[in-house]
Design a protein around this ligand. Sequence first.
Ligand SMILES: C[S@@+](CC[C@H](N)C(=O)[O-])C[C@H]1O[C@@H](n2cnc3c(N)ncnc32)[C@H](O)[C@@H]1O
Length: 263
Amino acid sequence: MDTDAVWVEDMPASYDRLLGPALFAPFGRELADRAVALRPARVLEVAAGTGIVTRALCTALPEARLLATDLNPAMAARGAAGVPEARWAVADALALPVADGRADLVVCSFGAMFFPDRPAAFAETGRVLAPGGTALFTIWDVVDRSTLPAALHRAVAAVVPDDPPDFVARVPHGYADPERIAGDLAAGGLDARLETVRLAGETPSVAALAEGFVRGTPLRAALGRHGELPDMVRAVAGRMTAELGEGAVRGELTAHVVTARAA
Ligand SMILES: C[S@@+](CC[C@H](N)C(=O)[O-])C[C@H]1O[C@@H](n2cnc3c(N)ncnc32)[C@H](O)[C@@H]1O
């Protein structure tokens, strides 16, 4: 597996606890609100991670049957423990464990950037959608349009100036061009509408957010090559705190929200 898409060991716990409430929960609520209006009975979540959006979907759609899937067993295990109301399975977005036409709604929050073949993943989404069904995706815009990840990216560059790991700008924020996304959706046979949405993200502590990025994302492997992880956490947290201040910080988060149907 590409190391840019690997979450192992204690990474899911750091992701879930330190990054989830600030960066992913706001868009989870946005997706759950949109899901309610669609009144789906059978929901499939792809790249569900630790279940941040799954939890919001279960609350918003108490009558729906929800299957949550993720490629990394450690992420799915954390999700299954925290959101037992859903069924969970380990699955690649390119080979979903669902028969043709069985999902009224497919939700994929911040997963598409990690897929090795996006048109194939969108085609797989279309395969499992029921006639008239809908898919909702969120995809980060470029890193400079999200305050907290942008500060993290600058902090990493300052801590490792000779060979700065570019994971955050290149991967989660590197699939941001609406024309490219629209082209891949069309190539996968989906008829899609894309909106760029700005929401607020809030962390109770900039240092905790820095720790979440360093310990809870694939940035960890790249930074681990430059020093001991506790030292990296301290250095990145110090830079971010110097820029944003101590304690609670609120920042803008910008992402594309895609609503798609089989063409
Ligand atoms: C940034 S996390 C998003 C998790 C969750 N949807 C959320 O909003 O918190 C990206 C997720 O994509 C998953 N992932 C990466 N490549 C995948 C693939 N090919 N198929 C399914 N999931 C994948 C990772 O394991 C990880 O859980």
